[in-house]
Ligand binder design. Sequence first.
Ligand SMILES: [Zn+2]
Length: 338
Amino acid sequence: MTSSADSSLLEDFLAFTLAGERPAAGSGNAASGVRWTWRGAGVLLLEPTAQPTHSVLASAGVHGDETAPIEMLSALVADIASGRAPLTARMLVILGNVDAMRAGARYIDDDLNRLFSGRHARFETSREAPRAIELENAALDFFDGAAHPKWHIDMHTAIRASVFEQFALLPHTGAPLARAMFDWLRDARLQAVLLHREKGNTFTHFTAQEAGALACTLELGKVRPFGQNDLARFAASDAALRRLIAGESARENAPLRVFTVVAQIDKHSDQFVLNVASDVPNFTAFSVGTELARDGDYRYRVSHDEERIVFPNPKVKPGLRAGLMVVDTTEATLASLD
Ligand SMILES: [Zn+2]
């Protein structure tokens, strides 16, 4: 039996979640035969009828105002439930920061995507801290004993314009880079991928580090309010995610530039000054010697022939990073994949 509340859970997971509803039963079977289990606000487990061949965690809304991928993921749930989207993977769908989604805000107290891997313990009074704990536990429960390979695709939209409109970020765990991930990024027609060199506190860092997931954060273009997104711009990522959960091989082999983080710009105090336009596009290049920031005695100067700036944001709280600096490592990285 499927009650009307349960069908709206599957037909419009976004609206169901924003309304703060709970399903009448905790689990059931969709029209497609897929078994669903509601695991709490914005967290939905989907299991295929046959033995799963792999595991995919797909998340969006870790930043509450990044609406397009949230709508995309909600539409994907409806298509899995109806059978329009085939599912051979065991799948966990997560809408991340539900309170911020309701408020139309990136976050309420603190950036949820800086609170993973235990950093929430230092933000006990933050309204995002309990959600970080819930999502960590949901991810660990999902990946514990799950079918390999384990994937985590965390979808975002950038605040600003970008030289590469759609790009990915891979967390650093010390594990070798996986060719399968690069093949998937090409399938999704991502134009660039950024490789972190240090451990972070993002959701994908957590799942890569703690569960061994092939994890990537996708930045899929600029933010608009719910209902005003042109989802066609996200069609390539949507199609690649659908192929991934269906167990289909990659279809696209789009060119992919690779950049590696070489430095970060730190905000130490409220004296911080960023010497670039506030709307400078991500991946804007600067040549050696350029002074990009100052803060008291601290200076950031470009030390490589060319460095590109990513996520410049002078408005972050002191103690946080105000920008990442990357260099092109396309040839060396692609040659290193086994
Ligand atoms: Zn984001």
